[in-house]
Design a protein around this ligand. Structure first.
Ligand SMILES: Cc1cc2nc3c(=O)[nH]c(=O)nc-3n(C[C@H](O)[C@H](O)[C@H](O)COP(=O)(O)OP(=O)(O)OC[C@H]3O[C@@H](n4cnc5c(N)ncnc54)[C@H](O)[C@@H]3O)c2cc1C
Length: 546
């Protein structure tokens, strides 16, 4: 007889999004089973950039220091170079400091961090493996599932033994990547651009690259030839590993005849620098978002729900945002205090962010393409110099949003969320490069340093938090009573800091477990319906007209 296992939540896919989904559920006190069809080994790291907002999530979960010190050299400068080859014509150089030299950006307690995926995933795997609430099983494949009245019944194969088990879960979350079987089986279409181009990533070892090219520390080299921008070289570990991405067209590469060594030599501009090709991975650049994020008892997150060009490094970082939005909602629903609309609000909040971030990523890719004819890029003499200068200038100016995306990283907001109560204040501009801190409902509650040295973000996490900046005496207790009645975990935090009070703008601010503002105001006369809206138990329209 087939063995049967029950779990509150079955997560399919232990890539970075599935792993953090499990970690966030464990953080919220929910048991889950996490299955992954591979053995979890990363032989071709795709992810390299961890943005500031994700570092805030890692801080919340407890492993930000491990990511920060995972091995990328702190003193390695993260400059961007535009050139015909590393030893060819340098068109422009956008100098950036090393992580150690960079100041902490305003509005967040963390710098962005380079942490290649072959270091990141093992940190996440180890951390998830240590959580008693997570039943993590590698080499276990989801084969099929059915959504029943009370939950999901899934067939899972143990790839080592061939044994098949039935997993009964209240909910299933598909974190199974761009080709998501979960999404496909649910019949959810992806909407957007299916084919921006085909590209090939070549991971190679070249310990002498910096010394022999004398190019200086680089995070990235954008490579331009007579045909236009043809590739990009990215640092992986800050010493010997590099990835060359070769851009194709709308046609697939002929992988059998793909000359990876020839392309690396073209990028280096010399053929006497020793290197060794490690892996070659073809992939498709897209801008796609799933039409729905939930169907019945099944939800999707990460690349299963959206795929975007890696330009700007928002792919997995958007997935981590999904996780933090979904985790507390799933916990609230399973614990019974979440209302009927709470899980539905996941799609309403996160889908627009995926559309936004995917458009940003495509925008960045377009800026890598030179707006002038480059056919004469190798022309010698002054005429060539003039053209090269023009190309370099255009690239440097146009690509800034890629490297300085503070607005994208920190400024996302859940506009029109069914579980945030708008306060009538106008939206701040949603711009790629500029972040304007605000505690307007729907936004990430802004960072500020507390007098004890913590960031205010450290107050947010498992519970709702009511920030009290000196409101009337009974106001906070009205919220506590309303939350108690609904079974919602709520803490009151009195903050006696005029600067932070000014930043948050109202004497009472209700912050959700994910650190987004649900409501702000002066008094607690509507405390009960505010709590009901925030926990997805009352429709916002009904509440507002009540
Ligand atoms: C060249 C490149 C560079 C990139 N750089 C960055 C970057 O710097 N920053 C960034 O934010 N993003 C980057 N991205 C995007 C990033 O790689 C993805 O967004 C991220 O990997 C998605 O994570 P995920 O966990 O959703 O999916 P995946 O990483 O695809 O993981 C899905 C997992 O599900 C498993 N799985 C699938 N089907 C099943 C099944 N039936 N049963 C069990 N397990 C299953 C798979 O084996 C896999 O491990 C880059 C992408 C590319 C191509």
């Amino acid at each position: 007889m087939t063995q049967e296992i029950t779990t509150p939540v079955l997560i399919v896919g232990a890539g970075p999004v599935g792993l953090t989904m499990a970690i966030d559920l464990a953080y919220n006190g929910i048991d889950c089973m996490l299955i992954e069809k591979t053995d979890g080994h990363i032989d071709h790291p795709k992810i390299g950039t961890i943005v500031t907002r994700t570092m805030e999530f890692f801080r919340r979960w407890g492993f930000v220091e491990q990511v920060r010190t995972s091995g990328f050299p702190d003193d390695y400068k993260l400059s961007i170079v535009f050139c015909t080859a590393l030893t060819g014509h340098q068109l422009e150089r956008d100098d950036y400091p090393s992580t150690a030299e960079s100041p902490i950006p305003e509005g967040t307690p963390h710098k962005r961090q380079r942490c290649p995926q072959m270091w990141l995933d093992p940190i996440l795997q180890r951390f998830a493996g240590e959580q008693p609430a997570i039943d993590l099983r590698f080499q276990h494949t989801l084969e099929s599932f059915t959504d029943t009245d009370g939950g999901v019944s899934a067939t899972v194969r143990d790839e080592k033994t061939g044994e098949v088990v039935t997993v009964k879960a209240k909910y299933m979350i598909g974190c199974d990547g761009a080709l998501s079987m979960v999404r496909t089986d649910l019949g959810i279409p992806m909407i957007g651009k299916t084919k921006i181009n085909y590209s090939i990533g070549i991971l190679f070892r070249c310990p002498d690259l910096l010394e022999m090219t004398q190019i200086g520390d680089i995070e990235r080299c954008i490579l331009v030839g007579p045909e236009g921008t043809w590739g990009n070289l990215t640092v992986i570990d800050g010493s010997k590993l590099w990835r060359l991405t070769v851009f194709g067209s709308e046609e697939r590469f002929d992988i059998q005849n793909f000359d990876s060594e020839g392309w690396i030599k073209r990028a280096l501009g010399r053929d006497d620098i020793p290197f060794e090709v490690i892996t070659i991975v073809p992939w498709r650049r897209t801008e796609l978002v799933a039409e729905n994020y939930k169907k019945g008892h099944v939800l999707i997150a990460g690349d299963a729900a959206h795929t975007m060009s890696p330009t700007g490094g928002m792919g997995v970082n958007t997935g981590f945002g999904d996780v933090v939005d979904l985790g507390w909602k799933m916990a609230g629903t399973l614990k019974g205090w979440g209302g009927d609309h709470l899980l539905e609000s996941y799609e309403a909040e996160r889908r627009p962010i995926a559309v936004r971030n995917a458009a940003f990523s495509t925008h960045n890719f377009k800026t890598w393409n030179v707006p002038v004819d480059t056919s004469g890029i190798n022309t010698p003499g002054e005429e060539g110099d003039r053209l090269r200068k023009e190309i370099g200038h255009a690239l440097k100016e146009n690509t800034r949003s890629d490297w300085q995306s503070w607005g994208i990283q920190l400024g996302y907001r859940y506009e029109n969320s069914p579980i945030c109560v708008p306060d009538g204040t106008p939206a701040t501009p949603d711009e790629y490069t500029t972040y304007i801190p605000t505690a307007r409902p729907g936004h990430r509650a802004p960072h500020a340093w507390l007098s004890d040295g913590r960031t205010i973000l450290d107050l947010y996490g498992r519970d709702f938090v009511l920030l009290d900046f000196g409101a009337q005496a009974d106001a906070a207790s009205a919220f506590v009573a309303a939350a108690d009645k609904a079974g919602v975990p709520l803490r009151v935090e009195a903050i006696a800091d005029a600067e932070i009070a000014k930043l948050y703008e109202q004497p009472l601010v209700l912050v959700r477990p994910d650190g987004h503002v649900a409501w702000r105001g002066k008094d607690a006369s509507d405390a009960a319906w505010v709590i009901d809206v925030a926990r997805g138990a009352a429709m916002l329209e009904q509440a507002l007209t009540a």
